[in-house]
Write a protein that binds this ligand. Structure first.
Ligand SMILES: Nc1ncnc2c1ncn2[C@@H]1O[C@H](COP(=O)(O)OP(=O)(O)O)[C@@H](O)[C@H]1O
Ligand SMILES: O=P(O)(O)OC[C@H](O)CO
Length: 499
């Protein structure tokens, strides 16, 4: 039998858990995936059961090992990457969650966030955490659980309860309830972590009345967090040596490690992240300042722009409008349309994210005539992903004065060649689509592999990286300006409509 070793990534996303084995060449060897349930107890609330998440993770771990025939002792280390912000509070002794996980999308703490803003904390929170005050982040979700579960505040103050984002929860379970930790990237999404001092922020903890004893230790993203214990790996003790939030892990997987390097993941939403180097850059246009990764106690920062509706606009064309038979079919239709014929779709189904942060605006279609075709509406919808990306990237460059060094892209909708070509055209810049679509899991694997010497250095990892597919701009300047001007007018009109 060969003595090859592997790194296992556990990618716990919003809707499913994946376990992926990577070889030393950085390529995927085997993969397993399992969905878990979403709960919607009230309109706008989104919750998950942490035990069901753990069961899904255990199940994909077993499945990937069994299906690949790779015995657990050949797994050199494990990396965890996760949906960020989602909040779990559990009982330290029994290890049981005291409430469901409150998911990042959940709006049940909108009022708490509004109160923080009304009390004048927005600037302070932005300076300390890099975030805008929003129910998206963990801080108000912890507060909500402590307020709504009987005796929770008292028990937390007695040191009986622990808080964690999903990475911490999985680490706790994987280590048999012995390690309570997280990494800088996940901590930077909680709204209680000071991204300048790299510590939990006493003042913010006081404002939210969160006992510090609940909080996990914060470590570098590439770090020996602990060892597996118990059933999942048949008793074999495997180091858990990497943790990063999923968008940061994808930045790392794309090896966007220098200032100016930028990635865009076109999934359900789109998350654009620009590496800004050793010091945090703060935005006055709704971009988030966040930690890109930490290695050996030193961190790199990033700016992030979140687009709420990206691939989900394509799902809408399929499921609600019935204009396409599959997401894939949208590509052919967009090419066939030849032109958008002046049609613009602003897919603000849940408001507009960065750089607008406008909760009220709703989706709109502009420029319809009696000759408008299905294909043109499909094309305009795909183009909206490209326009929104340009909005964010232009803001990033204007604010940081850092030119985009490279734009690497991944995610489901990045498979759409029309979108990729349009993106290069409208940005007037080259983009590179990675060959591996699982760059998030790959990033976590790199972090976990580096910490145990599976890869000796980042240079060694770079040497294994395959070049992706490049898209070069092919649009003339006049056309580009005209199209983007049309988009800006459409956004303006959509925003005006709500007034
Ligand atoms: N060929 C395609 N063209 C456009 N959109 C696509 C295509 N393939 C998938 N998508 C969109 O990509 C999204 C899924 O991407 P994925 O990266 O798996 O998302 P997530 O991780 O958010 O679940 C869906 O919203 C889907 O509509
Ligand atoms: O799990 P995803 O891919 O939907 O990503 C969710 C983000 O981490 C939320 O901030």
């Amino acid at each position: 039998m060969s003595n090859k070793q592997y790194i296992m990534s556990i990618d716990e996303g919003t809707t499913s858990a994946r376990a992926i084995l990577f070889g030393h060449d950085g390529q995927i060897v085997a993969k397993a995936q399992k969905e878990f349930k979403q709960y919607f107890p009230q309109p706008g609330w989104v919750e998950q059961d942490p035990i069901e998440i753990w069961n899904a993770v255990e199940s994909v771990i077993s499945e990937v090992l069994i299906n690949s025939g790779i015995p657990p002792y050949k797994v050199r280390s494990i990396g965890i990457t996760n949906q960020r912000e989602t909040t779990v509070v559990w009982d330290k002794r029994g290890g049981k969650p005291i409430y469901n996980a409150i998911v990042w999308q959940s709006k049940q703490t909108n009022q708490l966030a509004d109160r923080l803003k009304a009390d004048g904390y927005a600037d302070l929170i932005h300076q300390k955490t890099g975030l805008i005050v929003d129910s998206y982040f963990s801080g108000t979700k912890i507060r909500w659980i402590l307020d709504h579960v009987k005796d929770a505040q008292k028990r937390a103050e007695n040191g009986e309860l622990l808080f964690g984002t999903i990475d911490s929860w999985l680490l706790w379970k994987l280590t048999g309830g012995t390690v309570h930790a997280t990494d800088y990237t996940n901590a930077s999404r909680t709204m209680i972590f000071n991204i300048n001092s790299l510590k939990w922020d006493e003042e913010l903890l006081k404002i939210l009345n969160i006992p510090k004893s609940m909080l996990p230790r914060v470590e570098s993203s590439s770090h020996l967090f602990g060892y597996t214990k118990g059933y999942s790996f048949l008793g074999v003790q495997i180091p858990i040596a990497g943790i990063a939030g999923d968008q940061q892990a994808s930045l790392f997987g794309q090896l966007a490690l220098e200032s100016g390097m930028t990635k865009n993941t076109y999934g359900t939403g789109a998350f654009i992240m620009m590496n800004t180097g050793k010091s945090p850059k703060f935005s006055s246009n709704g971009l988030l300042t966040t930690i890109a990764y930490g290695i050996n106690g030193k961190v790199k920062y990033a700016l992030e722009g979140s687009i709420f509706v990206a691939g989900s606009a394509i799902q809408w064309l399929r499921d609600e409008m019935g204009l396409i038979s599959s997401a894939k079919a949208s590509e052919r239709m967009a090419f066939d349309a030849q032109t958008n014929n002046g049609v613009y779709v602003v897919p603000a189904f849940t408001g507009l994210g960065a750089p607008y942060w406008d909760q009220e605006t709703r989706g709109s279609i502009f420029g319809l005539t009696s000759t408008t075709t299905n294909n043109q509406i499909v094309r305009a919808t795909i183009e909206s992903l490209g326009f929104q990306t340009k909005d964010v990237l232009d803001t990033m460059v204007a604010e940081t004065k850092i030119p985009i060094k490279s734009l690497v892209v991944d995610g489901g909708a990045a498979q759409n060649n029309y979108l990729m070509q349009f993106q290069a055209n409208i940005l007037n810049d080259q983009i590179e689509r990675s060959l591996i679509s699982e760059t998030t899991a790959q990033g976590a694997a790199y972090l976990a592999g580096l910490a145990v010497g599976f890869w000796k250095s980042i240079d060694e990892i770079k040497a294994t990286k395959h070049i992706g597919t490049f898209f070069e701009p092919q649009m003339d300047q006049g056309k580009r300006v005209e199209l983007y001007r049309g988009w800006k007018m459409a956004v303006q009109a959509a925003r005006k409509f709500k007034e």
